[in-house]
Design a protein around this ligand. Structure first.
Ligand code: ZN
Length: 207
C-alpha cells in the first residue's frame, strides 16, 4: 500500500463525508491510503479545506513525537466505523433505530470545544456574521472537524441516494444528486469509460 503525497486525493463524492471515506482507494491498481500516517492526514485535511493550513501547522508544532501518527490511526478507525455504517444503510432512508449505532460518533462530538465569534463578512456596509470557531487544544482536536462532517452527513443526506461506484473493483462512494438519480460511476473519465470499453469489447466478441 502506498501513502498519499504522490498523487492528489479524490474529491468526487458530492458530499464531504464520503470524500473522507474515499481517502482510501485503488485509483489504478494499488491501494492508496491518503491518511496512512501523520503527514498524510495533515495533507488530506488541507486538501479537503476542512482545516486551514495555519491551524494544521500550529497543531503539528505543538504535537509530541509520534502523537500525530496516533491521531491518523484514530482517523482511520473512525473512517472504518463510518464505512461500515454507510455500507449497512446505503440505499434506504435512515430509521430511528440507527441512534444506537451513533453512540461512537456522539462520543467524539461531545469532546468539541467550539465557540462562536462575530466577524465582518465583507467590507462596505457592515455585514456581520456569526462564525463557528474551535480551540485546537490537542492533536486529537483534528478529529473534531471530521466528526462534524460525518454527523452533518448522517443528519442531512438521504441515504437512499448513497451509492457505490459500479466499476469493477472500485470502492469509491458518492451521493447521487442528479435529477434522474442515474449516476453510476465515481467518474465518467475513469470507471465510466472502463465500463464502456468493456461493453464494446463484449459486443465485438459477440459479432
Ligand atoms: Zn469507480
Amino acid at each position: 500500500m502506498r501513502t498519499h503525497l504522490s498523487e492528489p486525493a479524490i474529491f468526487i463524492a458530492d458530499a464531504p463525508a464520503l470524500d473522507f471515506l474515499n481517502s482510501i482507494a485503488t485509483p489504478i491498481d494499488e491501494i492508496v491510503d491518503w491518511i496512512g500516517d501523520a503527514d498524510g492526514l495533515l495533507d488530506w485535511l488541507e486538501q479537503s479545506g476542512w482545516v486551514s493550513r495555519q491551524t494544521l501547522e500550529g497543531v503539528a508544532q505543538s504535537a509530541m513525537p509520534g502523537e500525530l501518527d496516533g491521531v491518523a490511526a484514530q482517523a482511520r478507525a473512525l473512517r472504518g466505523w463510518f464505512r461500515a455504517f454507510v455500507l449497512k444503510h446505503q440505499g434506504t432512508p435512515l430509521t430511528p433505530e440507527v441512534m444506537d449505532e451513533l453512540a461512537t460518533l456522539n462520543r467524539l462530538l461531545e469532546r468539541d470545544d467550539g465557540f462562536t465569534q462575530i466577524t465582518l463578512a465583507n467590507q462596505g456596509p457592515a455585514s456581520l456574521q456569526l462564525q463557528p470557531r474551535r480551540r485546537w487544544k490537542t492533536p486529537e482536536s483534528l478529529l473534531l472537524p471530521i466528526g462534524e462532517v460525518l454527523a452533518k452527513f448522517i443528519c442531512e443526506e438521504d441515504f437512499a441516494d448513497v451509492k457505490s461506484c459500479e466499476g469493477a473493483g472500485c470502492t469509491l462512494m458518492f451521493v447521487d444528486h442528479t435529477r434522474g438519480k442515474k449516476r453510476r460511476w465515481c467518474s465518467m473519465a475513469v470507471c465510466g469509460n472502463r465500463a464502456k470499453a468493456a461493453a464494446h469489447r463484449q459486443r465485438k466478441k459477440l459479432l
